[in-house]
Ligand binder design. Structure first.
Ligand code: AMP
Length: 286
């Protein structure tokens, strides 16, 4: 596996590989890899001839007072893990090269970014779409893999790729969880042992909602109230949002139907965790 930090070198390698008829599969991340990332890398490994992983903690998607500085980083550990699943090229550019003096171009997806994380983290998705667009321009992948854990991010990137006619196939893969149900996240390492236990409330809330829907409940408000109550039992948990949305438009749904997606963002201590679950999957075909 080669580690490349230079943007031009990365682009030249990718263009040369493309010219040789090689298929490029790409997994963009912020590093501090875990099994969720590895699931994307394994799928990407099978989808192309050359597997490119990027690791870049993108400053423009963090707001003022957010955790850019405390975001976990360990490139040596990441390189070992990436190599173990067959990554060919690890691209780790510097922020000063991605956003040099005079940088002035932004990609902004409207509509889909107005709700959920877009509402609670102003400017976040503008940073995400800008960096993913730049990474697509550098790597020029045939196929790129993203996790459904960041469901709204995946929807926004699909929209951007379609709207800008980017020649990239965007694929989304299921959430990978710890054995006890906590969705894997690089940020989990910042939880104290007590907070780690409290973080299970997100999955407990999801299970509660799924059980209610399985028992016939279709009123979003009642389900949301039950989930909120469960999460608020934890002393260090602060709800950012708990919503039930349509899985394509990401607008709120009053009545739970086959499109219903439960999405949560909860701060446990100072660590912001997100999770989601497709409640509609439990609803039998009528
Ligand atoms: P991040 O490094 O957190 O920006 O994530 C990089 C990619 O990995 C994104 O597409 C995430 O959606 C995906 N990802 C993160 N956590 C998980 C998980 N637990 N299961 C599946 N995919 C994940």
């Amino acid at each position: 596996m080669d580690i490349i930090t230079n943007i031009d070198e990365m682009q030249q390698r990718c263009l040369a590989a493309r010219a040789q008829g090689k298929r490029l599969a790409f997994v963009p991340t912020m590093g501090y890899l875990h099994e969720g990332h590895l699931s994307l890398l394994r799928a990407a490994r099978d989808a192309g001839d050359i597997l490119v992983l990027s690791i870049f903690v993108n400053p423009t998607q963090f707001g003022v007072g957010e955790d850019f500085d405390s975001y976990p980083r360990d490139l040596d550990r990441d390189a070992e893990m990436a190599c173990s699943v067959g990554t060919d090229w690890l691209f780790a550019p510097r922020a000063s090269a991605m956003y040099p003096k005079g940088y002035a171009t932004w990609v902004d997806v409207e509509g889909l970014t107005g709700n959920l994380c877009g509402a609670s983290r102003p400017g976040h998705f503008r940073g995400v779409t800008t960096v993913v667009c730049k990474l697509f321009g550098i790597v020029q992948p045939h196929v790129a893999f993203f996790g459904q854990k960041d469901f709204q991010q995946l929807a926004v990137i699909r929209r951007m790729s379609a709207d800008l006619n980017l020649p990239v196939e965007v694929r989304g893969l299921p959430i990978v969880r710890e054995a006890d149900g906590l969705a894997m996240s690089s940020r989990n390492v910042n939880l104290s042992p007590a907070q780690r236990r409290q973080a299970l409330a997100l999955f407990a809330g999801i299970r509660l909602a799924a059980a209610q829907v399985a028992a016939g409940e279709r009123d979003s408000r009642r389900v949301l109230a039950a989930v909120r109550e469960r999460i608020q039992q934890e002393p260090e948990a602060t709800v950012d949002y708990i919503q039930i949305c349509h899985d394509e438009t990401l607008t709120d749904l009053e009545t739970i139907d086959r499109h219903a997606l439960l999405l949560l963002a909860v701060r446990v201590g100072t660590t912001r965790l997100i999770d989601n679950h497709h409640l509609g999957e439990e609803i039998p075909e009528s």
